[in-house]
Design a protein around this ligand. Structure first.
Ligand code: CP
Length: 371
C-alpha cells in the first residue's frame, strides 16, 4: 500500500498547495498506519526531523516527535529559542533555517509571525512543514481535524460545521475552513462576537467556492437553527491581542457546558484543537460526543503519514515564491514576517477586484497598499 499512494510532497505551507486527492491519499495512509503500525516502524531509519518552535506547543511538537520516533527516525530541535538556540543572540530566521535544514531531512516550524513558514522555505535545503504561523494557518492541525471527521463520520462532504470562538485569530479555523470548502456541499456556521469574526481573506475562499455560510453570535441559536454535524470550539487567542483588557472583553463569551449540550444535536461531534482554557466545561469531557482527546491522538498518525510523504523524496527545484516581486508595495500587516525579517523578497499575488487589482502579500495573505 505504501508505494501505491506516496506522492512527491515538498514543503507544506498551506494545505491548499495540494489537491483534495492528495489529502485523501494522506488520510488513507494515516488510517493504514493506525491499523498496522508495525509495517511502518522502520520507514524512517537514518532520517532526522528538526523542530524549530518559536512559540509554545504541546500537541504539535510532541506528536511530531512521537510520529518520527515511531517511524524509526530521530529528532533534534528547540522549543524555546530564547533559552536553547542562537536566536537568543539575534540570529535571523534565514540563517537558522539554512543551518538546521542542512542537519535534517525535514524541518517542522512553528512561529509567532504570519508567513514565517513560507519565509523559512525560501531559504531551506530540506522540506519545511508549517506547524502554525502566527494567526495565519495551521495545516497539520487541519489534517488532524480531517482525519478525525473522516474516521468518525465516514465523510468529508455534506457536513454542517459550526466553528465557535476566536475566528479572527484562530489559525486552526482558517486552515480548516479553507480545506472543508474544497469538499462538496459543506455548510459553515460561524459563531463569534463581532470583533472576532472570520477575516475577509478566509471568507474569500468560501465565496469563491459558493459555500453556504452564516455568521451568528449565539451557540444556542446555532443549535436551534442549524443541524450541526460538528461543532469546532476554539480558544480566544490571548497572545494575539494588543493588551489584556482587549482580551478580557472577549474572553468567556462562549462556554460549552452540559446544559448547552442538552440543546445540541444528538449526533453533533465536538472537536477542539486544544489547548482549551474555559470554552468547554470539564464536565463535557464525559459526553460521548466530545472527541477532542481522540482528535489529538489522530494527530500523531496523520503526522506520521505526512512525514513519510515528505521525507522520502528529494526537495524539488520549483520556486517557493510564485508571486510578483514588488519593491513598491508593502504588506500592512504588522504581524507579517516581512516586517521583522526585512531582507525577504517582497512578493505579492494579484487578484482582480470590483474596483481594480488587489495585491495580497504572498507570505501572510493580507491585502496591501502601495508605498
Ligand atoms: N492544537 C495545537 O496546535 O496545540 P499545541 O499548541 O499544543 O501544539
Amino acid at each position: 500500500m505504501m508505494n501505491e499512494i506516496y506522492e512527491n510532497y515538498n514543503h507544506l505551507i498551506d494545505l491548499n498547495q495540494y489537491s483534495v486527492e492528495q489529502w485523501d491519499d494522506m488520510l488513507r495512509l494515516a488510517a493504514d498506519i493506525k491499523r498496522n503500525p508495525r509495517i511502518y516502524e522502520n520507514s524512517c531509519i537514518g532520517k532526522i526531523m528538526g523542530t524549530m518552535f518559536y512559540e509554545p506547543s504541546t500537541r504539535t511538537q510532541m506528536s511530531f516527535q512521537s510520529a518520527m520516533l515511531r517511524l524509526g527516525g530521530g529528532t533534534i530541535g528547540f522549543v524555546n529559542p530564547q533559552t536553547n538556540s542562537s536566536v537568543a543572540k539575534g540570529e535571523n530566521l534565514k540563517d537558522t533555517t539554512k543551518v538546521v535544514s542542512g542537519y535534517c531531512d525535514v524541518v517542522v516550524l512553528r512561529h509567532n509571525l504570519e508567513g514565517a513558514a513560507l519565509a523559512a522555505a525560501v531559504n531551506a535545503d530540506c522540506p519545511v512543514i508549517n506547524a502554525g504561523d502566527g494567526g495565519h494557518l495551521h495545516p497539520t492541525q487541519t489534517l488532524t481535524d480531517l482525519m478525525t471527521l473522516k474516521e468518525e463520520t465516514g465523510s468529508l462532504s455534506g457536513l454542517t460545521v459550526g466553528l465557535c470562538g476566536d475566528l479572527k485569530n484562530g489559525r486552526t479555523v482558517h486552515s480548516l475552513i479553507k480545506a472543508l470548502s474544497c469538499y462538496k456541499n459543506n455548510k459553515f456556521v460561524l459563531i463569534s462576537t463581532e470583533s472576532l469574526r472570520l477575516p475577509d481573506y478566509i471568507q474569500e475562499p468560501l465565496k469563491a467556492k459558493g459555500a453556504e455560510y452564516y455568521e451568528i453570535s449565539s451557540l444556542e441559536d446555532a443549535f436551534e437553527e442549524h443541524a450541526l454535524d460538528m461543532l469546532y470550539m476554539t480558544r480566544i487567542q490571548r497572545e494575539r491581542f494588543e493588551n489584556v483588557w482587549e482580551y478580557r472583553s472577549q474572553a468567556d463569551k462562549f462556554i460549552l457546558d452540559t446544559e448547552k449540550m442538552k440543546k445540541a444535536p444528538e449526533k453533533m461531534l465536538v472537536l477542539h484543537p486544544l489547548p482549551r482554557v474555559n470554552e468547554i466545561a470539564i464536565e463535557v469531557d464525559d459526553d460521548p460526543r466530545a472527541l477532542y482527546f481522540k482528535q489529538a491522538n489522530y494527530g500523531m498518525y496523520i503526522r506520521m503519514a505526512l512525514i513519510l510523504q515528505t521525507i522520502n523524496y528529494e526537495l524539488n527545484n520549483s520556486p517557493v515564491l510564485i508571486g510578483e516581486l514588488r519593491d513598491d508595495l508593502e504588506c500592512r500587516n504588522m504581524k507579517c514576517i516581512t516586517r521583522a525579517e526585512t531582507y525577504l523578497p517582497k512578493s505579492f499575488k494579484k487578484s482582480v477586484g470590483e474596483s481594480g487589482d488587489i495585491y495580497f502579500c504572498e507570505y501572510c495573505e493580507e491585502s496591501v497598499v502601495g508605498i
